[in-house]
Write a protein that binds this ligand. Structure first.
Ligand code: FRU
Length: 510
């Protein structure tokens, strides 16, 4: 029997090999599906078609759920669905059937999901805890007709741990009062008053609503009309408490598009107090969770206890629809653990790849006492053939750059400019950039840390770099499209730049 199967298989493969399909197509066999040029290997990307924002991030019954803005019919943005993927570690994802389809109330725009453990919504049945998704219904016809009320908030629920979803019959649960941009509800439980809080983007500010049951919502307050960055519309907010030395500090994330520090889309944040009604910020200066060009609409998982884990969409509305990938469009960042730190008396948000990422590391090399003035790391570790992680400690920070290059003369540079006290990523010569004139650029992020030494971590995938400097106090994420993978790494500095210890690992495909 085994022999017969083997014979049939080899005949099938022989016949497949004989058809005249273009080489490119025959490479994309199921086993090779994630091998297309520029395909991320350690980041979530959909098997095919268009993806944008992460939605409904929720941990339940041992599984992390990742829903995402998805258009299954094209690689450009269109009528939005919620795609779905699950993972037990946020690293290896399994794509699931589409969770939510557009309906008569509109497309399914961004939103969140919660575990309604006490069944406050009454949507649970027979003691089954409902997972409830709260999202924006976007009525495209309404928008076209000039109505102002085409975005409304609705619910869907799942009684089988997130596998299948039903829309709530009483949708929408929060009707638009006449604000054209009224969307992206992020809902969380406020235990002190046993109520749900909805943080909603309402044009150029955030509105907070509360509800005892996820169905009836009352407006509590507004925040931010005259604070923070306002180069574009406010979108995809998130509000959550974090602990700092026994104190509870509230963090408010607000994505804005355009108006980011590198142009186009970016995510700013505020720290402050929240009393169940009003958010009161500690500082008014604008701060960004990431100073690169490609981390947008990021929010945190709900139901992960004290751990706050963030995931962003690794693209930018400036060019998201035209980046040079054929089968799919865009990926998520690596999941990042958020921490609060205090710098010069201010609370600052640091992000760092979750520790679950460590399991992807293989062939780890630890190299001590490097002269970072002129160091060819490839001589030590060989050519890069896939994603890698690099981490080093330098006792005395000086200007430096790390150059990733390929045999086509393309290069990606990450580094630090001491005179300006800023980090940077320069992708201006990093490959294909003809799809948008603004893509070939150098992005900068201020150094916030005041310590003498430097701890730097870089995650490099086939089409993205994520740099976490000073334990993630300054984080930068950029995508790029080289015509061949970057295979060499060199470190340079105009002055002495001793590196005490450098760790280099290959990252297994996740
Ligand atoms: C952010 C965003 C959201 C909206 C969604 C539509 O990238 O514009 O405000 O809900 O994308 O896909």
């Amino acid at each position: 029997m085994k022999k017969l199967i083997a014979l049939l298989l080899s005949i099938t493969f022989f016949l497949m090999g004989c058809n005249n399909a273009p080489q490119k197509e025959t490479q994309i066999t199921p086993a090779g599906l994630y091998n297309e040029p520029h395909r991320p290997q350690v980041h979530f990307s959909p098997k095919e078609k268009w993806m944008n924002d992460p939605n409904g991030l929720v941990f339940y019954a041992g599984q992390y759920h990742l829903f995402f803005q998805y258009y299954p019919d094209s690689t450009v943005w269109g009528p939005m669905h919620w795609g779905h993927a699950t993972s037990t570690d946020m690293i290896s994802w399994k794509e699931q059937p589409i969770a939510l389809y557009p309906d008569s109330l509109g497309y399914i725009f961004s939103g969140s999901a919660v575990v309604d453990s006490a069944n406050t919504s009454g949507l649970g049945k027979d003691a089954v805890v409902p997972l409830v998704a709260i999202f924006t219904h976007h009525n495209a016809a309404g928008e076209k007709s000039g109505s102002k009320t085409y975005q409304n908030q609705s619910l869907a629920y799942s009684l089988d741990s997130g596998k299948t979803w039903q829309k709530y019959a009483g949708n929408p649960v929060l009707k638009n009062p006449g604000i054209t941009d009224f969307r992206d509800p992020k809902v969380s439980w406020y235990p002190a008053e046993k109520k749900w809080i909805m943080t909603l983007a309402t044009k150029d500010c955030i509105s907070f609503y509360s509800s005892p049951n996820l169905k009836n919502w009352v407006k509590e307050s507004e925040f931010g009309e005259t604070l923070g960055a306002h180069g574009g519309v406010w979108e995809c907010p998130d509000l959550f408490p974090m602990e700092y030395e026994g104190k509870t500090i509230w963090v408010l994330l607000v994505s804005i598009n355009p108006g980011g520090p590198g142009g186009g889309s970016a995510t700013q944040y505020f720290t402050g107090n929240f009393d169940g009604k009003t958010f009161t910020p500690f500082q008014t200066a604008t701060r960004w969770i990431d100073y690169g060009s490609d981390n947008y609409a990021g929010v945190t998982w709900s139901n992960t206890g004290k751990r706050k884990i963030f995931l962003g969409w690794m693209s930018n509305w400036l060019y998201a629809n035209v980046v040079p990938t054929e089968k799919w469009r865009s990926a998520m960042t690596v999941p990042r653990e958020l921490k609060l730190e205090k710098v010069a008396g201010n609370y600052v948000l640091a992000s760092y790849p979750v520790k679950e990422m460590d399991k992807l590391q293989e062939d780890k090399r630890i190299i001590n006492d490097i002269d970072g003035k002129n160091y060819d790391l490839s001589k030590e570790v060989g050519q890069i053939t896939g994603p890698v992680q690099l981490h080093f400690v330098a006792p005395q920070l000086n200007s430096f750059n790390i150059v990733f290059a390929n045999s086509k003369g393309e290069q990606l540079i990450a580094g630090y400019d001491q005179a300006k006290n800023e980090y940077y990523i320069d992708r201006s010569k990093a490959g294909d950039a003809k799809f948008d004139a603004r893509f070939a650029a150098r992005h900068t992020g201020p150094r916030l840390s005041t310590s003498k030494d430097l701890l730097l971590t870089i995650v490099l995938d086939n089409a993205s770099i994520e740099m976490f400097a000073d334990n993630g106090l300054t984080t930068m994420t950029d995508i790029f499209f080289p015509s061949e993978i970057f295979s060499t790494v060199k470190i340079n500095s105009p002055s002495d730049f001793p590196i005490q210890q450098l760790e280099f690992s290959k990252l297994k495909r996740s």
